[in-house]
Design a protein around this ligand. Sequence first.
Ligand code: S3P
Length: 172
Amino acid sequence: MPERSGPAAVLVGPPGAGKSSVATVLGQRTGLAVRDTDFDVERAAGRRISEIFTDLGEAEFRRLEREAVAAALAEHTGILALGGGAVMDPATRELLRAHRVAFLSVTMPNGVRRTGLSAARPLLTGVNPRATFKALLDARLPLYREVATIEVPTDEMSVEQVAQVIIAEWGL
Ligand code: S3P
């Protein structure tokens, strides 16, 4: 059998699902390197995500994100966390078909609670974050499920427990 290439695990899910925290713990438990495409985008643009949205606009952010995800899927062999909206891009969803993708799901109340009203998340800073989050979940749920190899419902789980499910699933 040919060697599997690409990341050992790719994490997708909405903001507040715990992708970054779970990726960090997965890195600690497995010794695998952790990469986060939000950081790759910030490095490429030379500014924070919130500044990319305000200075360059969401379309430019999504273009940078698509490139960052494609590069990371091709190069990275450890744990890869994607930004919450990366799955909206059809080319990204196509690329993800060849990979082990864990969808970390979260319901609206927990997602809103975990994200707070952080200015670092420009899409959730509107007047009604609960409605915004619900609309985001409704629109994206089918897309997360389309790319997911496994779904881990995180509402009642600790970061450590989510990481252990993924380790067990793929023998990491
Ligand atoms: C976004 C999620 C963010 C970041 C950007 C857009 C989204 O990443 O990529 O603010 O569209 O859901 P996190 O999911 O890590 O918060």
